[in-house]
Design a protein around this ligand. Structure first.
Ligand code: NAG
Length: 338
């Protein structure tokens, strides 16, 4: 059986596990062990309606798309069991931040036609635009305008953004984590806005990059959840995997900004199956993603947030052949050419 099929079998078995042993989750929550990212930068991808059919057949009930693509949103009509995070592309932020009417028009064009029939859970303003000089400054004003729109319309759509966590140290205690000066400046108003309604911030967490940056010192098993050994000790908290350490590091970094009530959603995590020699194989990708699914299904949470359910999305559904060469084309669970 190929690895992507194996992963879905694992996903389904984890759902059964939760159905059987944990009656605190409702049926729909139980099915949503993890979500999947769905990117479009390939010239050989299945049609959106086939992709949505596939998700339904596999009980995938949470997806994330990077732009308000009409074909995908049309295919989602009536399928309200699938929650969808809709992104706004970084290059669109500047024009939207220029005036409130631009945001109103964007919303009327891209979201309004679907709100009654598509389960839009989040609109994310930019992807890793913060921290960044180019688009980072536009995130907050656009979030503010969109927050006002959904509030005035009483829509259950959360407005947030996604950020990178690659500035957090890989093997240092999570409690030592701090935001970089630019991240602090750009993120602080965003976090304050989110904290007013306890809306989550979305974070992209990739132990892969820390591992390949320093493979001599970073144990592979720590990066891919394949050990029970404590690798990082942080006061009374013990870390056996880097995912938890990065997750908790971000919580610590927020606490240092006096932000305590903003939950984290993991908008991306994953491992490439090719592009960097023996560090990127289908088996390693399956190990990481499979262990991530099991970790989420276990309900263990992280050392700093024990017994809390991690809300996370695997990056990504398909390999995308129009991305830059190398690993970037190989994060998919499926290769459309295979
Ligand atoms: C919408 O999606 C969310 C996230 O998957 C889910 O919790 C919720 O139950 C869905 N709503 C409906 C009406 O199915």
């Amino acid at each position: 059986m190929d690895y992507s099929k194996k992963l879905f079998v694992l996903l389904l078995s984890c759902m059964t596990l939760i159905f059987n042993y944990n009656n605190i989750y409702s049926v729909s929550a139980a099915a949503s062990v993890v979500g999947l990212n769905y990117g479009l930068l390939g010239n050989n991808l299945p049609s959106p309606s086939d992709v949505i059919k596939f998700y339904k057949s596999q009980n995938v009930v949470k997806i994330r798309i990077f732009e308000p693509n009409k074909d995908i949103l049309e295919a989602l009509r009536g399928n309200r069991e699938i929650g969808v995070i809709v992104g706004i592309k970084n290059e669109d932020l500047k024009a939207l931040a220029a005036n409130k009417d631009a945001v109103k028009t964007w919303f009327a064009t891209n979201i309004d036609p679907y709100v009654s029939e598509v389960n839009i859970t989040f609109i994310t303003v930019g992807n890793q635009a913060i921290p960044g000089d180019e688009n980072g400054p536009y995130v907050f004003p656009v979030m503010q305008s969109l927050t006002n729109i959904v509030k005035s319309r009483n829509l259950p759509i959360l407005i947030s953004t996604t950020i990178t966590t690659t500035s957090l140290a890989a093997l240092k205690p999570p409690s030592a984590a701090v935001l970089t000066p630019l991240a602090r400046k750009q993120l602080f108003p965003v976090l304050k806005l989110l904290s007013l309604s306890s809306t989550p911030i979305l974070v992209n967490i990739y132990p892969y990059y820390f591992y390949v940056a320093d493979p001599k010192n970073v144990p592979l098993e720590y990066a891919n959840f394949n050990t029970d050994k404590v690798v990082v000790k942080d006061g009374s908290l013990s870390y056996t995997n880097m995912f938890d350490a990065i997750f908790d590091g971000f919580l610590w970094a927020m606490e240092k900004e006096e932000v305590r009530n903003v939950p984290l959603v993991v908008s991306e995590t994953g491992w490439p199956s090719a592009g960097n020699g023996d560090k990127t194989t289908p088996a390693l990708q399956y190990t990481y993603n499979g262990n991530f699914v099991k970790h989420v299904a276990s309900g263990k949470g992280t050392p700093k947030r024990p017994n809390s359910r991690i809300d996370g999305y695997i990056f990504e559904t398909y390999n995308e052949n129009q991305k830059p060469d190398g690993i970037y084309q190989h994060f998919g669970l499926f290769d459309p050419t295979a």
